[in-house]
Ligand binder design. Sequence first.
Ligand SMILES: *Cc1c(COP(=O)(O)O)cnc(C)c1O
Length: 462
Amino acid sequence: MNPSTIITDELRDFGDRARSLRVASDVTSAEIRRRLERYTFAQQVPLVDSLRDVADMLQRWTLHATHPRYFGLFVPGVHDAGIWGDALVALYNPQLGAWWHAPAANEIEGHTLRFLASVIGFEGDAAHFTSGGSEANLTALLAAIAAGYPTAVADGVGEAAARGAVYVSSQAHHSIHKAVRVAGLGSRVLRVIPCTATHQLDIVALRATVADDVAAGRTPLMLVGTVGTTTAGAIDDLAAIADVARDSGAWFHVDAAWGGAGAFSARLRPYLHGMERADSLTWDAHKWLSVPMGAGMFFCRRAAVLRTMFDVEAAYVPEESAEGEDLYLRSLQWSRRFIGLKVFLTLATIGRHGVAARIDRQLDAADYLRQRLTSGGWVIVNHSPLPVVCFTHPSLTRRDALPEIAREVAAGGRAWLSAATLPEGPVLRACITNDETTPTDVAVLCEELERAMGRSVLRAGT
Ligand SMILES: *Cc1c(COP(=O)(O)O)cnc(C)c1O
């Protein structure tokens, strides 16, 4: 037995094995730490032994996002192409920070990003891979600062913090909240705009808040529209936000970390109208394009602004090659992993029509889930065209009843979904994230919900 046999054995039957695993684990940290005590690093452990041991721990003690009955957060089932790709990246360990250091890898990423840019209407613009959507959203804010306050690069963000304002919906991702703090603007610049009944950013409230700020002497710095909010999957009215950005001179950023992949589907494309008018856009391949984490992407219309923010002198780095731009001069990272290979290989293997078909199958699975839930007496609370369903049950009136149902389903081991909160109150949230999720899997989730309901109602009565 050698290490490569262990890994290929793991891979070979993983799909079938994953189905038979408990989706969620109820392990304690003490149990895992006891198991790790044998690794004192004083003795050497043969790699085959530690690999087998770690594979066993991962199998037992993970919430299996790659399980077809994981109805969870935006963590997809992964295609083999991405797994092999990531292994090859570790083997060659190319450094993509400078073009000349990794010409093949840089060109493969550029080729992949140009294709994906064409899918979302960002042809000919700057793009790079990021660790994830959080880094991409931070990059967007830094670009907006460089565009609005070029002197901030030398003088700091004091003026931007004193005069600027950043607008997001109350359903936007928390990474925007982090970004304003990390960028040094402080959370006081954040304007959290309420949502409509369909969980979309309220455009009337946005316009009113922008007008108030302008009247008070502020200059809107950035407006954020979300494609696929994390709880309810709402898609903001991007064209309307683009109009407000145009009128106010603010940077328009679209956070399409999860929903961006919808651009592959003819059924979803109409909902994305206005996305192509953004100054920048975040899109995570590791959310809905079947590749392993992390594979964020940042697209930007204004490459010059990125150079303003990120261009640095580094005496130890050879000069930029005429063949290609060095990514470290227009992005946060220096040591840069070959993130794009898993995306390239997955796209090459599945093809663009295959990606669209996978997305449409997940939309169908979500439609079936909505139908099953409704006929089972559940009430669907969200209105998303994306495959995420938020729901409640009229007989569950206690506030803590829905999280309890989610815990009970998880404890059964056959399926996993989350509990969340919307302005309407607590909800259960089931998201289709896996191409392998069949109508039978959806039916199992509904059975598990019924079972959990029975137990919960009994318990409430005692
Ligand atoms: C996941 C997500 C993010 C954060 O991306 P990471 O890759 O997890 O850092 C940002 N915005 C939205 C809408 C997301 O779904």
